[in-house]
Design a protein around this ligand. Structure first.
Ligand code: FAD
Ligand code: SIN
Length: 517
C-alpha cells in the first residue's frame, strides 16, 4: 500500500498543473500521480489550436470572450463560471510561461493570436500547431523538479475507494480514501490511500470508433465516479470536431485544427460548393456544433463519405510556418495543400459533460475532486468554444489547489481491505474484449452520433445491455487487465450518454434529436 497526501489520477494538463501547484505550496506533503500509459500520453499532448485567453485588450475584452463562450454553449452555460474562467485566464496562462512553456510571438514581440470557430476576435495563444505537446513538455519538466511528486506511469486506476469498500464505515456520507490501482507491469492491484484524490483522467473519445483522441481516452474517471455514485451530468453533449482527416480505418484520427479555418481555409463539398455559407453567416467559423451538423447534412444529402478543406488560396509559406505538423502530415499522405483539397469528416472529440464539480473542483463525494475534461464545471454548456478546454483545466487546477491550500488538516489513514479477486482466472481470450469493443463503437456510431432519434437511442440501450451482460460476466471471472477495465468503463460511459440523451427533450448546441423541436 502507498499512502500519500494527494493522489492525482492522470498526467494531462489538469493533473500536472494541480500537482505542481500543490507540491509547491506544501513541500512537506506528498503528491502521487498515477497514469495509465507513458507519463506524457494524454489528450493534452495532441492539442493543436491553443489556449483561448484575452491578452490583447485593444481589440478584445473579457466581455467578448464571455459572450462568445455563452453563445457557443447555446444557453446552457453557467454564467458565473464563464465569467470566473475567462477573467482568471491571463493569470493562469502567465503561470504556464513561468514554468517554461513557449508560445509563438509575432514580429512586434507580442503573442501571435489565432482565431477559431465561434470566436469573435483573435485570442488563441499557441505553439505552432503543437500547443499541447509544448504544454505537456513544460509541465512534466516542472513536475520532475519537485521532489515531493512521484509519478507512477503504467499504473491504471481501477476504482476509487469509498465507504462501499471499507469494513468499518466511517460515516453515512460518501468519502473518497484513494484508489485501487493496477500496476500494468506486474498485474498487481495496489491500494493508494490518499487524504485527497483528484480525478484528472480526461475524456471519452474512444467510446466512438472514429475519434481525434488517443487510445487512453476511455472515460475511466467518469465510470469510476459513476460507480461510486458521484453526480454526473450533461453526458449527451459529446462534441464532434468538424474537420478530422478522413481515413477509412477506425481508431484515432489526425485532426486538422480549427485554426486552419481561422487562417482562411474553406469547406467544400465534392461539387466544390462552399456549403457553410448556406448554413450560417459565420460560414466556416460558425461554432463547432453548427459546422459538424452542417457537414453531416451535406453528407446525408450527397451520400459522400467526406467533405474537403480547401487551403489552395492560402499562402503556402505562411501556412507551413503556422501549421508545420499539419503540413507535414498532408505531405506524408501525398496531399499538396497548394493544389489538393484535404478530405475531412467530423469525429468525436470532446465531452462537454462529466463529473459535476463546484468552482473549487469538489465533486459530490467528500475528498474527491475532478478537473479537466473529466469534469462538468458549467463552462461549456451544450457546446464548448474552441480552445476553452486547456483554459478550463488550468483555471480549475488552480482552484482545487487554492481550496486545498486553505485546508491544511491532519491525515489519519483508515484500514482498507485488499482488492478481492478470489475465484478469478487469467483470461487468455483477448479477442472477446476486442469483439465487444468493436460492437460498442459501432453501436455508438450508428445510433448515438451527431444526429439522434428516440428510436435509435432506445435500440442502442437494448444492444448495449447485451454487451454489458457479457462484459460484466468476464469482469467477475477474470484477473483484471487494462483492456477489460477500459471496455467496462466505456460501457458505463455509453450508458450515461444514451440515457442522458433520452432525458433531453430540447435540442441544444451539440445535441440534436430529430424527435425534439
Ligand atoms: P488528458 O490530457 O486527456 O489527460 C488524462 C490523463 O489521465 C492521461 O494521462 C491518461 O493516461 C490518464 N488516465 C486516464 N484514465 C486513467 C486511469 N484509469 N488510470 C490512470 N490514468 C488514467 N483543447 C483546447 O483547449 N485547445 C486545443 O487546441 C485543443 N486541441 C485538441 C486537439 C486534439 C487532437 C484533442 C484530442 C483535443 C484537443 N483539445 C484542445 C482538448 C484538450 O486537449 C483536452 O480536453 C485536454 O487536454 C484535457 O486535459 P486533461 O488533463 O483533462 O486530460
Ligand atoms: C483544434 O485545434 O481545432 C482543436 C481546438 C479545441 O478542441 O479546442
Amino acid at each position: 500500500m502507498i499512502t500519500t497526501h494527494y493522489l492525482v489520477i492522470g498526467s494531462g494538463v489538469a493533473g500536472l498543473t494541480f500537482a505542481v501547484k500543490i507540491a509547491e505550496k506544501f513541500p512537506n506533503k506528498t503528491v502521487t500521480i498515477v497514469t495509465k500509459s507513458n507519463e506524457d500520453e494524454s489528450n493534452t499532448k495532441y492539442a493543436q489550436g491553443g489556449v483561448a485567453v484575452v491578452l490583447n485588450t485593444e481589440d478584445d475584452s473579457f466581455q467578448k470572450h464571455i459572450q462568445d463562450t455563452l453563445i457557443a454553449g447555446d444557453g446552457l452555460c453557467d454564467t458565473a463560471v464563464v465569467n470566473m474562467v475567462v477573467k482568471e485566464g491571463p493569470k493562469r496562462f502567465k503561470e504556464l510561461i513561468t514554468w517554461g512553456a513557449n508560445f509563438d510571438v509575432n514580429s512586434e514581440g507580442n503573442f501571435d493570436l489565432g482565431k477559431e470557430g465561434g470566436h469573435s476576435e483573435y485570442r488563441v495563444v499557441h505553439h505552432k500547431d503543437i500547443t499541447g505537446y509544448e504544454v505537456e513538455r513544460a509541465l512534466l519538466q516542472r513536475v520532475h523538479q519537485l521532489e515531493n511528486i512521484t509519478v507512477l506511469p503504467h499504473h491504471f486506476a481501477v476504482d476509487i475507494i469509498t465507504e462501499h469498500h471499507l469494513k468499518e464505515k466511517k460515516s453515512s456520507h460518501l468519502s473518497c480514501y484513494g484508489a485501487y490501482v493496477l500496476n500494468e507491469r506486474n498485474n498487481e492491484i495496489i491500494i493508494i490511500q490518499a487524504q485527497h484524490t483528484l480525478l484528472a483522467s480526461g475524456g471519452i473519445g474512444n467510446v466512438y470508433g472514429h475519434t481525434t483522441n488517443p487510445i487512453i481516452a476511455t472515460g475511466d474517471g467518469i465510470a469510476m465516479a459513476y460507480r461510486a455514485k458521484a453526480l454526473i451530468k450533461d453526458m449527451e453533449f459529446v462534441q464532434f470536431h468538424p474537420t478530422v482527416l478522413y481515413n477509412q480505418e477506425q481508431g484515432s484520427s489526425f485532426l486538422i485544427s480549427e485554426a486552419v479555418r481561422g487562417f482562411g481555409a474553406y469547406l467544400r463539398n465534392k461539387k466544390g460548393e462552399r456549403f457553410m455559407l448556406a448554413y450560417d453567416e459565420r460560414a466556416e467559423l460558425a461554432s463547432r456544433d453548427i459546422v459538424s451538423q452542417s457537414i453531416d447534412k451535406e453528407l446525408k444529402k450527397s451520400g459522400d463519405s467526406h467533405v474537403f478543406l480547401d487551403c489552395t488560396h492560402l499562402e503556402v509559406a505562411s501556412f507551413k510556418k503556422h501549421f508545420p505538423n499539419i503540413y507535414q502530415k498532408c505531405i506524408d499522405l501525398h496531399i499538396d495543400i497548394s493544389k489538393d483539397w484535404i478530405p475531412v469528416v467530423p469525429a468525436s472529440h470532446y465531452l462537454c459533460g462529466g463529473i459535476v464539480v463546484d468552482t473549487n473542483g469538489k465533486t459530490s463525494i467528500k475528498n474527491l475532486f475532478a478537473c479537466g475534461e473529466v469534469s462538468r464545471t458549467g463552462l461549456h454548456g451544450a457546446n464548448r468554444l474552441a480552445s476553452n478546454s486547456l483554459l478550463e483545466a488550468l483555471v480549475y487546477a488552480h482552484n482545487v489547489h487554492r481550496f486545498l491550500a486553505k485546508k491544511d488538516t491532519n491525515f489519519s489513514p483508515v484500514l482498507i481491505p485488499d482488492w478481492n479477486d478470489k475465484g478469478t482466472l487469467i483470461n487468455e481470450e483477448h479477442i472477446l474484449i476486442q469483439h465487444n469493443l468493436k460492437e460498442l463503437q459501432a453501436l455508438m456510431r450508428d445510433y448515438v452520433g451527431i444526429v439522434r432519434s428516440n428510436q435509435r437511442l432506445k435500440k442502442a440501450l437494448k444492444k448495449l445491455d447485451v454487451i454489458y451482460t457479457e462484459v460484466e460476466e468476464l469482469y467477475k471471472t477474470s484477473k483484471l487487465n487494462t483492456a477489460l477495465c477500459e471496455l467496462r468503463n466505456m460501457i458505463n460511459v455509453a450508458y450515461l450518454i444514451i440515457n442522458q440523451s433520452l432525458e433531453r427533450k430540447e435540442n441544444k448546441g451539440g445535441y440534436f434529436n430529430v424527435d425534439n423541436n
